[in-house]
Design a protein around this ligand. Structure first.
Ligand code: WTA
Length: 795
């Protein structure tokens, strides 16, 4: 048997010292104790210890100083810092000065023992964790085909300056966050401005209700945190938003001070028109500063905004206005896209007749002289005239909001035809947005941060508006597309503004990659220091291109996994700390506890695919579906009771890295846009010629997924190329151009089970030409439909 390992415990609290000593000695360690720093250092000089467990606050010295000094004498000594007063700074400092871990008191002595075993490499091999199970009938284990072994550590120069600098530091923060969530998040929230501290950190129930409430009793205002509080600092004249329009000459910079005035003025306009706390405000604006201003103005007075992506059709806007019953709409005359004007106001006019409750419409004059719009007297008002009215002041009071009152609704696609109004609230959402900004994007005061998403999606809400502004950053906002006037527009903007952090979607990268590297080489991208992706799995080829051609092998890449529902990023490399693997979102953000489950609810083995779920809430999590708590429960908490089910497949590798494997529900990602197959189906079926439809997503080299539609026409309707075009236009009109089917196959009937359920599995195979192995077709009501469908496949 090996020699006994020796441990020194340094703590001025007798009870801690003795209980740890007793436990460790009875588990085979030689243990010595000291109750102050001097004594501890003397003992370390005299004797060789394997591990020193040192309290952070000792009467004569800090535990961190003791470790630093001790390691000069005994470089091989492993240190652990323990504390009852944890903080992000002391945790980081402890790890940076050589501690291998950071434990928050009170902890069970077993925990220390396990840690020591791990440090000394004496941990007993764990019994294989495989849980035998009987495969459910017809169920197939999810297998992954993506094997990617390369590992890219962050460049040392990056890590040295980063917010979190090593894997150990990340682990210490992570361990603290899950063992003491209240302590951890409290520390983070202290960096925000609250009117009143909360009485209770968290109340939740993932099973019966479900319900999640953070910071109960706390009072906060999000706009105060994103704007006003920076005015008390040197940041008041810092650029908050840099806006670049599609025409190069259209650009605007808003400092925090200017942003403040704009937000206050528009908030006052809304108040003048009777808007009160809790009212829903629909916003249908392009990517112009007024969009961010309108959102912050709502936040300022406690109104709930519902931003509808400008690329959605007017009909989609109508459904969203009706669902949340908003009385006020904010839109623009139009905007620029690929050199042409898109007429937003005309679109809105076409549906406002169906929304009689909308009493006021504010119209931003974006395009101006080239575009005339109809203004309905009494209902429609020009934004610029309203904010300039003599009774509109440039100061406006802040509404103190309960931490869990609504901040916004954002509609997103799910497995049924009707979009879900995802509801986010104040304090938790802001805390999550803020902290991910700090650690994942490593935002520094000098940085220009550019997230290329549209604010109409959650990525834009959290990482163009709320995250960067809460952190006092400079957020760049761009009106248009990556390819106009040429496929180097993004790189030209990076060069023009000296962008430091760039965050985009894999589909954008793939589309730019195919244009060739010369477009990139025309521009100086040396300002970039960090790159990010979001929205779908990034294929290793695109990752490597991003890394070499854009990042010049200098910039870490953060592949961030999250959802509209999660509010902010849940999994991502922390760039200075976690080495990246192309295609993996790596590890959970502190406070997030993922688990991957099999169909039967048991936990998967290493490298086995399953349903990605989350065990416990996190502050940025959605609170409900607007007006439909039952659907909230069914969608996220019924498949695996007690867990939040994300709807994504994933596996975890032997190093603990997570690999996303795509949606396993009926949601597809087309060019980064989230769409429900059921939504497109119901759009098709709303056409008079269509009896039935089934949509499947097929892998597509650039878009991620393409849309393949099977359409059964009503009796006596003939399939013609004209009808096919009409159906495409129809989907465009009902949902928007993003949902247009790439291929339409007319089919007299679809494969159904005897109970009438469409067998999508078979439709996917037929559409992708994979017809040799259609699996079990014996449950089909009429197996002969298969032959006809295979013949009619559209290539
Ligand atoms: C997918 C976007 C792989 C996933 C923020 C998720 C990703 C859905 C990643 C949410 C990623 C997002 N790797 N897949 N890094 N990020 N997804 O609501 O399927 O538009 O469930 O939110 O996008 O899409 P949503």
């Amino acid at each position: 048997m090996a020699d006994k390992k020796s441990v020194l415990i340094v703590d001025d609290e007798q009870i801690v010292r003795e209980s740890l000593r007793d436990w460790m000695s009875s588990h085979g360690y030689t243990v010595a104790t000291a109750d102050d720093g001097e004594q501890a250092l003397k003992m370390i000089k005299d004797r060789d210890f394997d591990v020193a467990v040192v309290d952070l606050r000792l009467p004569d010295k800090s535990g961190i100083d003791i470790l630093k000094q001790a390691q000069k004498v005994r470089p091989s000594l492993k240190g652990v810092i323990i504390t009852a007063y944890p903080s992000v700074t002391s945790s980081s400092e402890a790890i940076r000065s050589g501690a291998v871990d950071y434990l928050v008191k009170p902890f069970a002595p077993e925990k220390l023992e396990q840690l020591v075993q791990k440090l000394l490499g004496t941990a007993k091999a764990a019994a294989p964790k495989s849980t035998p199970r009987a495969p459910a009938s017809g169920e197939k284990a999810i297998t992954s085909v993506m094997i990617e072994n390369r590992v890219f550590p962050a460049p040392a120069s990056f890590s040295r300056e980063a917010a979190v600098r090593s894997m150990q530091e990340y682990k210490a923060l992570y361990n603290w966050s899950v063992s003491d969530p209240e302590g951890f998040w409290t520390h983070i929230t202290e960096q925000l401005d609250w009117y009143k501290k909360w009485d209770k950190f968290l109340e939740y129930d993932f099973k019966d209700k479900p319900e999640i409430r953070y910071f109960v009793g706390g009072k906060i205002n999000v706009a105060n945190n994103c704007v006003d509080r920076h005015l008390k600092t040197w940041r008041k004249n810092k650029a908050a938003i840099i806006w670049q329009g599609e025409p190069e000459e259209d650009a605007r910079i808003l400092t925090y001070q200017q942003l403040y005035y704009e937000v206050c003025k528009f908030a006052n306009v809304m108040k003048k028109y009777g808007v009160k706390k809790g009212d829903r405000i629909s916003i249908y604006l392009p990517m112009i500063p007024e969009l961010a201003i309108a959102m912050l103005a709502c936040a300022r007075i406690g109104a709930i905004h519902s931003v509808v992506f400008g690329g959605f059709s007017a009909e989609a806007l109508r459904d969203r206005i009706l669902d949340c019953n908003s009385n006020l709409l904010i839109t623009a005359d139009g905007y620029w896209r690929n050199g042409k004007v898109v007429k937003s106001k005309d679109g809105a006019d076409s549906i406002l007749g169906d929304c009689p409750q909308v009493k006021d419409v504010f119209v931003v004059k974006r395009v101006g002289k080239d575009l005339t719009v109809n203004m309905k007297p009494g209902r429609d008002h020009w934004w610029h005239e309203e904010i300039a009215a003599p009774d509109i002041k440039a100061e406006c009071e802040l509404e103190a909001m309960d931490a869990d009152e609504p901040l916004f609704i954002l509609y997103t696609s799910g497995s049924t035809g009707k979009p879900k109004g995802v509801l986010h609230t104040q304090g938790g959402y802001l805390t999550h947005a803020y902290q991910t900004m700090k650690w994942i994007f490593d935002l520094k005061d000098e940085d220009i941060f550019w997230c290329t998403a549209d604010i109409g999606w959650i990525t834009g809400h959290t990482y163009i508006v709320y995250g960067p502004l809460a952190a006092g950053g400079t957020s760049l906002m761009f009106e248009s597309v990556p390819t106009y006037p040429g496929p180097d527009r993004f790189w030209q903007i990076v060069e023009k503004y000296r962008v430091n952090i760039f965050y985009t979607a894999p589909t954008v990268l793939r589309s730019l990659m195919k244009e060739g590297d010369d477009w990139v080489k025309k521009h100086d991208l040396s300002s970039l220091r960090l790159l990010g992706t979001v929205g779908e799995i990034i294929n290793p080829e695109a990752w490597i291109w991003y890394h070499t051609v854009i990042g010049k092998e200098r910039c870490p890449i953060v592949d961030t996994w999250w959802q509209t529902e999660t509010g902010g990023i849940l999994m991502s490399p922390i760039p200075g700390a976690i080495p990246t693997k192309p295609g993996s979102a790596t590890m959970p953000f502190p406070g997030v506890e993922p688990i991957i489950l099999r169909e039967d609810g048991s936990e998967v083995d290493v490298n086995e695919g399953g349903w990605l779920s989350i065990k416990k809430p996190w502050p940025g999590m959605m609170r409900t579906i607007w007006g439909d708590p039952q659907r909230f429960k069914e969608t996220y908490f019924s498949k695996f009771p007690g867990y939040y089910c994300a709807g994504d497949g994933a596996r975890r590798d032997e190093d603990g890295y997570y690999w996303l494997m795509g949606r396993i529900d009926d949601v597809i990602k087309v060019s980064g846009h989230r769409l429900g197959t059921a939504e497109i189906e119901s759009a098709l079926v709303s056409h008079k010629a269509v009896a039935e439809s089934a949509i499947v997503g097929l892998p597509h080299a650039i878009k991620g997924s393409s849309i393949y539609a099977y359409v059964t026409l009503k009796t006596n309707v003939k399939p013609t190329p004209e009808l096919e075009k009409e159906l495409r236009d129809h989907v465009r009109k009902v949902i928007g151009p993003l949902a247009t089917p790439d291929k339409i196959q007319f089919a007299d009937s679809l494969p159904k089970t005897r109970s009438g359920k469409i067998m999508r599995r078979i439709l996917v195979k037929i559409a992708s030409g994979d017809i040799n192995n259609l699996g079990d077709t014996s449950t089909l009501a009429d197996p002969s439909v298969i032959t006809t469908l295979v013949k009619g496949r559209v290539v």
